[in-house]
Design a protein around this ligand. Sequence first.
Ligand SMILES: [Zn+2]
Length: 266
Amino acid sequence: MPELPEVETIIRSLRPALTGRIILSADLRWARSLAAPSAALFEERIAGQRIEAITRRAKFLDLQLSRDHLLIHLRMSGDLLAVLGGYAPARHDRLILALSDDARLVFSDPRKFGRVWLVEDPASLFRDLGPEPLSEEFTSAWLFKALHARHRQLKPLLLDQSFIAGLGNIYTDEALHLAKLHPLRLSDSVTCRQAERLCEAIRSVLEEGIRRNGASIDWVYRGGDFQNHFRVYGRTGQPCPVCGTGIERITVGQRGTHFCPHCQRV
Ligand SMILES: [Zn+2]
């Protein structure tokens, strides 16, 4: 499942190919990929709009058009491709936008969980999202206060998009290992110094993920290689890069969770 660094990587690849192009028409090939508005209104409304900018909020891609925002959430298996020149639709394509100068934006999604919205104002979709971990509002002081305002285990709390936006299973496990915090540790038992370490660790693993163009695992290959540099994720039984102890795997809230029992004590 794409997390923040993978979505950021997709945005950076789409930006130069799509910015400034006009959307000529929409070919919606799987109706349920469109969350809002109706298919007829979507096709009528999107035609003629120019792609002004492409940004990200949490794991949403936000294409800012002349009048509206085209928001896309990739969920489990979604992917976006900018295609120049001729194109024959593929089996898993759910939406194809024809663009000026013979370009196309293709939303492909084998498992069909991804969603697309065309809205005037994206605020209502973003309302329940926590802060961006790479923004200035995400500080160790904020994190310490927020951890102590709750009484929850760290792993599920960090996965909660209303607490902090953009983290998924991979980067949460990596950040907790880097911060030397056990995934089951209770949030309000974290010390000020540990909150500082966790804040730095979250930023650091996300920045490394972006620098390596994301991780090519469990989803469409895009050339990212962060999966070759994982500290704990998917490395059950292999040595911890810090102390050599075997990495353990437990299930927390139905999610496979990887940690070092020596470096990350409860
Ligand atoms: Zn260790």
